[in-house]
Design a protein around this ligand. Sequence first.
Ligand code: ATP
Ligand code: MG
Length: 209
Amino acid sequence: MTRGKFITFEGGEGAGKTTQVARLAERLRAGGVETVVTREPGGTPLGESIRDVVLGASPEPVTELLLFAAARAEHVAKVIRPALAHGTWVLCDRFVDSTRVYQGVMAGVSADLIGAIEMRTVAPTFPDLTVVLDVPAEEGLKRTEARGALTRFDAEHAAYHVELREAFRRVALAEPERCVMVDGSRAADEIAADIWRTVETRLLAEARP
Ligand SMILES: Nc1ncnc2c1ncn2[C@@H]1O[C@H](COP(=O)(O)OP(=O)(O)OP(=O)(O)O)[C@@H](O)[C@H]1O
Ligand SMILES: [Mg+2]
């Protein structure tokens, strides 16, 4: 059986990740591709409990890293890997790049430690494609504020979001074979069409018999 493809969506708050995950899932399913949608932190009952604990507290960066890593280890082993092995495509809302950006670049945990944990929790199940949605910080904040769903991360200062955007751009540029940067400031339909073209060229072409 052909392994499914693993696609992750990354970017700052309000970049449109959840919206575009849903759009792509709809389009893949319409084309007969079995697709599961999942998210991080979370993705399993244990992972969702860890997500609730972390988002309701103010842990040290390394504590946060380890708790999210625990959630990810479960998620990869129990959900992502089995689905891919079964031929199902997996779309994940945030994954390793969010850790590299939030706990790494932004909170200062060393890239070496993060890399070592990735090797033990994720490898060799890295994404086939990562869509990094890029929007100006003010635009992302405006969108999440309009939605009224503020989490601890959303409440941070605006300068933080400017830095965050830069961090996602750097992380994406560091791995061009895996990551594609998409201008997320356009209309949702336009972005979805753009992502679909990338999926067709990079993944569907080779998945077809
Ligand atoms: N291209 C777009 N143009 C305008 N508004 C958008 C666009 N995409 C999404 N939105 C709206 O912006 C808000 C944030 O979008 P979404 O939840 O998809 O972002 P997100 O990246 O998942 O955010 P978060 O990091 O907070 O989970 C939602 O209210 C959504 O309807
Ligand atoms: Mg979201």
